[in-house]
Design a protein around this ligand. Structure first.
Ligand SMILES: Nc1ncnc2c1ncn2[C@@H]1O[C@H](COP(=O)(O)OP(=O)(O)OP(=O)(O)O)[C@@H](O)[C@H]1O
Ligand code: SF4
Ligand SMILES: [Mg+2]
Length: 302
């Protein structure tokens, strides 16, 4: 197993953003991490790199990557992994690039740091990757500043950077949501091409079930920081069990809003909005239970 996450719990001060989430990722596997805005998707993704925004803290749990305990690694060793072994395509492409430096300089940082390439060699590698990502004139793009590129170009650059050092784990955090539909589809196709060619295991964060259907092997559904269902993609799309997943897959309207946890849940986090709510749902948090091959669900119905 490439990656094993167990009971991951993350806080931002008084707000419990992720509670006891667990999943695994095999070599070359693509896991879709799905949930509505604020469910904790980016928090889980960034926790895998121990790269949480302030005041985020991993308060408990374990993350094992290639047999190494990531939470116990000294910061220096983690820096050697980030961008090399584990890469992130961040959710906000503009914030991820430094406006003061040309693309060519920032895009070759990881290659210089992790692979010992000169800037010139790095630019050669990046130019080939940018061309693969559909940038017509890579040399020109490398000479530009981030604000001189379109949103789609910036996202192509960030994807190329993520792939530059040949990572074995990729966290792709909604890599195309800020773009128009045509550009989205184009970039996703190119990203998936690179992914399948390099066989990099990927944690693909999205709220788009169309993307899930096309790009992932397995899906984990997050709701209010809790992992409520996990199954092979086909199972999630054709035989979802959790009432929240069923609403998502069936595009059913949901009244109310997702709660924000402060402490460990004492009830089902979905109970306010659940059409199948029972008395026990308000007094006990349902544990994740196995309901089939590779299929787990956290709901008192099962
Ligand atoms: N830096 C921060 N400080 C305080 N709270 C935060 C911070 N970052 C995220 N949160 C909170 O943690 C929860 C989970 O946030 P997260 O960004 O992981 O959600 P998400 O599922 O990625 O949402 P989106 O789809 O909008 O990107 C949210 O309630 C959010 O408000
Ligand atoms: S535990 Fe109860 S409230 Fe929660 S999803 Fe299941 S049936 Fe609905
Ligand atoms: Mg997010």
């Amino acid at each position: 197993m490439l990656l094993q996450v167990k009971d991951l719990t993350v806080r931002y001060g008084g707000h419990l953003a992720v509670w006891e989430a667990g999943f695994t990722l095999g070599e070359g596997e693509v896991l879709g991490l799905v949930g509505e805005s604020g469910a904790g998707k980016s928090t889980v993704g960034r926790a895998l790199l121990r790269l949480l925004p302030e005041p985020g803290r991993i308060v408990s749990g374990a993350i094992t990557f290639k047999g190494r305990d990531l939470l116990a690694l000294p910061e220096a060793e983690l820096r050697a992994l980030r961008g090399a072994e584990i890469a992130l395509i961040p959710q906000d492409p503009l914030a991820a690039l430094n406006p003061a430096f040309r693309i060519g300089l920032q895009a070759t940082d990881a290659l210089a740091l992790h692979r010992g390439l000169s800037r010139r060699e790095g630019k050669g590698v990046m130019a080939r990757l940018l061309a693969r990502m559909g940038i017509a004139d890579p040399e020109d793009a490398l000479r530009r500043y981030p604000h001189e590129l379109s949103g789609g170009m910036r996202q192509r650059v960030l994807i190329a950077i993520a792939f530059s050092c040949g990572p074995s784990l990729l966290v792709a955090d909604e890599p195309t949501t800020s773009l128009d539909v045509t550009t989205q589809a184009q970039i996703l196709r190119l990203l998936d091409g690179l992914r399948s060619e390099t066989r990099v295991a990927t944690c693909f964060i999205t709220h788009d079930l169309g993307i899930v259907a096309h790009l992932t092997h397995r899906v984990a559904i997050l709701y209010a920081g809790c992992l409520v269902e996990q199954a092979p993609t086909e199972t999630i799309l054709t035989a979802p069990r959790h009432p929240y997943t069923r609403a998502l897959v069936g595009s059913l309207p949901l009244d109310g809003i997702m709660p924000a946890l402060q402490g460990p849940p004492q009830a089902c986090p979905f109970s306010d909005r659940c059409p199948e709510r029972m008395a026990i749902c308000d007094t006990a948090h349902p544990p994740l239970k196995s309901v089939g091959a590779g299929h787990q669900v956290a709901c008192h119905l099962y």
